[in-house]
Every structure is written in C-alpha cells, then in structure tokens.
Design a protein around this ligand. Structure first.
Ligand SMILES: Cc1cc2nc3c(=O)[nH]c(=O)nc-3n(C[C@H](O)[C@H](O)[C@H](O)COP(=O)(O)OP(=O)(O)OC[C@H]3O[C@@H](n4cnc5c(N)ncnc54)[C@H](O)[C@@H]3O)c2cc1C
Length: 456
C-alpha cells in the first residue's frame, strides 16, 4: 500500500498541475522529468494490476508500535484525509498494518526569523516554488530571493521565467565554499549542468547573484514594501550595509528540515546531521534501528530528489529481500554507490551553505520568533536569563515557542538554534528532538479519534 498526503504522485520535487485537468506543460520548470514519468507509469501499471493500492490525500496521523511478543513485529498506521476539500480521494481504510513500513515523509522549508519576516508578502522559497510548479501562480511582481543554498536558483529563475521582476538573489554563503571538496561536485555531473543552466538564466534575466549578502530586515506596514540588505563576514556577522530594495515578494530559504514525526513515532533512533537537521539513523540498506522500519529520502538527511529516489528504491529492494523475495545483489550495489556519490555531494553542499552562525545577532528584541504563539526574541532570551532555561525543551515550556498550531514546524529549528546560541554552545540532537516528537503527526477530528475501534 502506498499512502500519500499528496493528491498525486511526485512529492515536493515533481509537484505538478492537477492531472485531472491535463495540460501540455506539466514538465515546465522540472529537471529529470522523464525519471518521474517512468516511475509514474510503473506505479499506474501496478495499481491497475492490483499489485499496489494507492491512497492519495490520505495521511498518517498516528503510528501504533507493535505489541510486545508480536512476531513479526507489525506497525499500524492510522490514517485520515489530508484535504477536507477533496471530492475524490481521501477515502480508504482508517488504519493499515504492515510487517514492513517504509517511511519517506520528506521535509519542509527551513526558516529563520528576521525582523519583519511575518509581513504578508514574505514567503518560504519552497512555498513560492510550490505555487509555481503546482498552480502556475506567481506569488509577486517584484521579488527578491534570499537565504542560502542552490535551491535559491530554481526559485529565482522560475519566478523570472514566469514574468516576475527578480531584483537579486542574496546568498549568505559563497560558492568558494565548494572548493573544499571539488570532487564532490564532480561526483554528480548532472548537478554541475543544472548550475550552469541556472547561471545562464540569471544572466539572461539580469538577476544579480550577491554572495555573502543577506536580508537582515524587512519593512512594510500592511505588507512587505522593502528589504534591508547587509554584507556578512564568513561567520554571518553583519559587516556593512548593502543597501535596500523595494519589493512585494520576499522568498526566504535556508535549506530544508526533514519531517521526523513519523520516524520518532516508531521509536527509531535519530541523530544530528551535518546541516544541523535531525535525521533518522539508517544502515547502508535503509533499515532504521527498529525492526520492520525503513527510511528513505530527506528523512535520512537532506540531499535532493535523486538521492531520495535511489534510497527509496533501495529501501523497497531490502524490504522485499527481508520478506524473502529474490533481489539482485548487483542492483543493490549500484544503488548504494549512487547513494554514496549523492551523499558526498550533499555534504559538500551543506558545508558550503551553512546557516550563518551569527544569524541571531540580526534580530531585534521585538522580532517574532514563534508566529503561532507570538513569542518574541526578547521572551526567548528572558526564558534563559530570568527563568534559567538552558535547552530548547525548557525554553519551549517557559516561553512557548513551538507550542502553537504548527507545533514548531516553522520555528522549531530556529528556536533550537537560539537556545543553543544564547547559551554559547553548539546545537545538539536533544535541542531538535522536542519538535520531532509529536504523539499526533497530523490534525485529526475528535469524531475520528472517538470512532477509532482501538479506543471504543
Ligand atoms: C516546498 C518544497 C519545494 C521544493 N522544491 C524543490 C525544487 O523546486 N527543486 C529542488 O531541487 N528541490 C526542491 N525541494 C526539495 C526536494 O523536494 C526534496 O529534495 C525531495 O522532494 C525529497 O524527496 P522525498 O521523497 O524525501 O520527499 P518529498 O518529495 O517531500 O515526498 C514526501 C511525501 O510524503 C508525503 N507525506 C509526508 N508526511 C506524510 C504523512 N504523515 N502521511 C502520508 N504522507 C505523508 C508527502 O505528501 C509527500 O508526497 C523542495 C522541497 C520543499 C519542502
């Protein structure tokens, strides 16, 4: 069974317009589109032959662990609709039990609070991209794209191709960071080609690529009107004023945060990755530390779609092998080699594009850190100075960042970073775990909860 909160296959990377109203340009703005269409055709074929049951618009809200003595140990995934407005789909069983569960929940945009980031017109770069890819909607007319990492490039060029005036890409790091491991970039030649394509598009649309530059404040009253730019030193401290820009759209991207709720719910071990993300611990065959659980994609470490595809395929093969199906060792080795090359590329990317170490110095005491609970930077610092909170969990309990509607999905990473930075120490996995540990991984109605046979 394939359970997907999304309404159609593709995940975040291959997000595309509604397939029920086909249009000729579904591959627009995509890379490796033929890889996706081949996978989609295979999926449709297997669904037609009833080898796979595909449940779109269905999400896992609770993972029930195996009972002691269960042999084989089976996890039960409790499901609910992910889209109340879905006319079709979103229907199916309320629970499904499996001896083998492959978790590939992906991730979401990593955000860093800065003064003014809660104004309308300021969006996560991935959200801007999702609107473009999924709905052909351009989120603004005059845009600036800022943060760090290669993902800023498709967002800026996608906006420009769709007709927006993109005033600049502000990269907090520098491409010289890649020189630490030049062979890592060579290990995935397709990425160099993509980079060249983006560079050509930036030139064609006359979009300046400003390195060691960040948006350090956003101004506006009803909505964003302008941004203040600063030149940064290597550690992310503000070195000098770099001017202002008038815009109506700010796309901010600081990489991605893996969705670890499902992994944590199984009790599988987690660790801090090189980019300060909490990720699942897996062996070289994608097995998590809990029997019957496999993890693939961003949840094992942020590394891009092609890595996710290779890991997903390997997890599938190993699941089959663990269920005693014949699996070619040659295929396994090929995938493992591909994964190693992509992991090396990802490590070089994270080293070249870290979150600026002194980002918190850009904040003013009034800067909102948690938007749901309206917690300011002053209150986060107060939790430490006045109430003695020295770690992210205690800051959360004392000042409430991450306690609201989104349960820390937006501010969790930043709150953890702040807790560590204000204590003058490095971020730890324990700072990140409170956000990942959610008894309920998605909203569920009281009615469904009450009707769940388990609780009757
Ligand atoms: C908003 C956004 C936009 C992005 N755009 C780009 C881009 O343009 N270019 C680029 O190079 N990279 C982009 N990325 C990064 C890229 O998408 C990832 O590297 C890649 O998709 C990783 O694949 P994955 O399979 O691990 O995760 P995903 O592609 O995110 O797939 C995860 C799947 O799990 C499903 N899911 C999650 N939780 C549940 C649950 N509880 N129950 C059921 N299903 C669930 C989701 O619906 C989704 O289909 C983007 C990321 C984000 C978050």
């Amino acid at each position: 069974m394939l359970v997907d909160a999304g309404g159609q296959p593709g995940g975040q990377y291959w997000r595309h317009p509604d397939e029920t109203a086909p249009r000729g340009d579904e591959s627009l703005g995509h890379h490796d589109w033929s890889t996706f269409t081949a996978l989609r055709s295979r999926l449709h074929g297997l669904v037609r032959r009833r080898r796979i049951t595909h449940l779109p618009w269905r999400q896992v809200w609770f993972v029930e662990r195996p009972s002691v003595g269960d042999e084989p140990p089976a996890h039960t995934l409790h499901l609910t609709t992910s889209y109340a407005g879905a006319d079709t789909g979103g229907e199916g069983p309320d629970a499904v039990t499996g001896d083998a569960v492959i978790l590939c929940p992906g991730g979401y945009d990593r955000q860093l609070p800065i003064p003014g980031w809660d104004l309308p017109g300021v969006m996560a770069a991935g959200g801007v991209q999702a609107l473009l890819k999924g709905h052909r909607t351009v989120a603004g007319r005059r845009a600036i794209v800022a943060g760090t990492g290669p993902f800023l490039l498709p967002v800026a060029t996608g906006l420009a191709q769709a007709g927006a005036d993109v005033v600049a890409v502000c990269e907090a790091g520098s491409i010289t960071g890649w020189s630490r491991d030049p062979l890592a970039a060579a290990a995935v030649p397709g990425k160099a080609r993509e980079a060249l394509e983006y560079a050509t598009e930036l030139i064609r649309h006359r979009i300046p690529y400003r390195q060691r530059t960040a948006i350090t404040a956003i101004r506006g009253t009803e909505a964003v009107r302008s941004v203040e730019l600063s030149r940064l030193d290597r550690e992310g401290r503000i070195r000098e004023d770099a001017g202002t820009a008038d815009v109506d759209l700010v796309a901010l991207g600081w990489g991605f945060t893996p969705s670890l709720e499902l992994v944590s719910a199984t009790g599988a071990a987690t660790r801090k990755d090189i980019d300060d993300s909490l990720v699942a611990v897996v062996d070289d065959e994608q097995r998590a530390t809990v029997p019957g659980v496999y993890v693939a994609g961003e949840a094992t470490g942020v590394g891009g779609a092609m890595l996710a595809v290779a890991e997903g395929e390997l997890a599938g093969l190993m699941t089959a092998r663990d269920q005693r199906a014949p699996v070619s060792q040659g295929n396994v080795r090929t995938l493992q080699k591909r994964i190693t090359r992509h992991r090396r590329f990802a490590a070089a990317m994270h080293a070249a594009h870290p979150v600026p170490r002194h980002w918190h110095e850009w904040l003013s005491p009034e800067t909102t850190v948690c938007r749901c609970e309206e917690v300011s930077y002053r209150q986060v610092c107060g939790a430490r100075d006045e109430l003695g909170a020295g770690d992210a969990r205690t800051v959360k309990l004392m000042a409430r960042p991450g306690m609201g509607w989104c349960q820390g999905r937006v501010c969790g990473f930043a709150s953890a970073k702040l807790a560590a930075a204000t204590e003058g120490r490095a971020l730890t996995a324990d700072d990140l775990r409170p956000t990942a540990k959610q008894p309920f991984t998605a909203p569920v109605s009281l009615e469904q909860l009450a009707e769940s046979p388990r609780y009757e």
